[in-house]
Design a protein around this ligand. Structure first.
Ligand SMILES: Nc1nc2c(ncn2[C@@H]2O[C@H](COP(=O)(O)OP(=O)(O)OP(=O)(O)O)[C@@H](O)[C@H]2O)c(=O)[nH]1
Ligand SMILES: [Mg+2]
Length: 401
């Protein structure tokens, strides 16, 4: 009996000791590392330098006895503690924006074939009869130039061709260039306003219907700004679509721009507000706000867009409200444009997907419709396929030079 009791007592003591060890070792793990300044008498005084201790990382593993230099003995290589590798996302350096339209001019080849080559061929006919002028009109209408601008162009051309007498291809090209430039407009300020004189950051909001290319354009624009040496914060105010914020953030990460996002299905206005707040705190140059694509028929959603604008304007007025329009949608795009213009004051137009259409004339029509200039054009899905809109380079790309 006594031996049984003794065995039980021993077992309890052993178990208790083991338990204490386990708990103790757990506790040890969670203990904070020793303060860096504490003198470590167990560490060997290998090559002591003034101030070395302060630089030694707290969690540096203690060296074993084999690694200690013995006085007079041969030098033993001391293994450096591994430096922790933090995987930083690779930051791209976007292409400069100057001359982008010229570089991407071949992307306008479909419009070039219809507008440029088509018109020049018609104008080169020996007899410019009424029928030919009608064909010229049809060509312009098909390219979405719009009825009124088409008539203006044809009238101008008719006058000038009459005066000209003989027509060399060079003269015709020159005439067409001048008349097209008149329609597109060369005296408008097309800079994207991101540098208010009195404060930072500049605030840009990007709006437009579903799938026109808002998020892509916001991402590309961030690259344009970074290429020009500016710092950017992105605001993912499209909270309706789960993947929208990820999509934007991916664009941002590529150029080192931070993305402010909110909870899924959260309030877009509050995300936009927070983004500007964050931009202020981080001291960045520009905050770009991507919004949800929404159908203009859903009045509730349009109201919300108005609210996003109002809430952001508690910080400061918006410097730029860019309407993104898909150039391939033609007249439908113009209807959308009108609705958006009523809700938020559009200050600039971005025409996307001009690479996939022969309807380059939409540039003229949409400016007429809204009285707002086209400031940027999308010429492809590539990261640097967004170009500042330059009328001369655009018209030259259309008619070839
Ligand atoms: N070819 C071409 N494709 C473009 C251009 N701009 C955008 N896209 C494509 O259009 C598609 C839609 O672009 P998004 O940026 O997601 O459009 P969104 O307006 O943000 O769409 P929602 O968020 O759904 O409203 C993507 O596949 C883009 O790659 C362009 O200039 N040319
Ligand atoms: Mg989007």
């Amino acid at each position: 009996m006594e031996t049984v009791i003794l065995a039980v007592v021993i077992a309890v003591v052993v178990l208790g000791a083991l338990g204490g060890l386990i708990v103790g070792s757990r506790r040890r793990k969670s203990l904070p590392p020793p303060p860096p300044k504490a003198p470590d008498i167990t560490a060997p005084p290998a090559e002591p330098h003034v101030g070395e201790e302060a630089e030694t990382p707290r969690d540096e593993p203690r060296r074993t006895i084999e690694e200690v230099d013995l006085p007079g003995g041969p030098p033993v290589a001391v293994e450096e503690p591994p430096v922790p590798v933090i995987e930083a996302p690779e930051i791209e350096i976007p292409e400069p924006t100057a001359g982008r339209l010229v570089r991407l001019r071949s992307r306008l080849s479909r419009s070039q074939n219809v507008l440029g080559k088509g018109l020049l061929t018609l104008l080169s006919r020996e007899h410019l009869d009424d029928e030919t002028w009608e064909e010229i009109e049809d060509t312009l209408i098909t390219a979405d130039v719009g009825v009124q601008p088409t008539q203006e162009l044809v009238e101008g051309l008719r006058e000038r061709v009459k005066v000209l007498g003989t027509r060399t291809p060079e003269e015709l090209r020159g005439l067409l260039r001048e008349e097209l430039l008149k329609l597109v407009g060369t005296d408008v300020d097309r800079t994207v306003k991101t540098e208010p004189a009195d404060r930072k950051p500049g605030i840009v909001m990007v709006v437009g219907v579903n799938g026109t290319g808002k998020t892509t354009t916001t991402g590309k624009l961030a690259r344009v700004l970074v290429a020009d040496g500016r710092s950017v914060v992105l605001g993912a105010a499209d909270t309706f679509r789960a993947a929208a914020a990820d999509q934007l953030q991916t664009w941002g990460e590529r150029v080192g721009a931070y993305t402010v996002r909110g909870p899924e299905a959260g309030d877009p206005a509050s995300v936009a507000f927070d983004a500007v707040n964050e931009g202020k705190e981080m001291g960045v140059d520009v905050v770009l706000i991507d919004t949800a694509g929404r159908l203009h028929t859903k009045t509730g959603l349009m109201d919300e867009l108005g609210k996003v604008k109002r809430v952001v304007e508690k910080h400061a007025p918006l410097d730029e409200v860019l309407l993104v329009l898909d150039a391939t949608t033609g007249q439908n795009g113009l209807v959308q444009a009108r609705v958006f213009a009523e809700v938020v004051d559009i200050t600039g137009i971005v025409l996307t997907k001009l690479d996939g259409t022969a309807k380059g004339g939409i540039v003229v029509a949409v400016q007429r419709e809204l009285g707002v200039p086209v400031k940027l054009i999308g010429l492809g899905e590539g990261a640097d396929d967004l170009a500042p809109f330059e009328p001369e380079a655009f018209v030259d790309a259309l008619i070839g030079d």
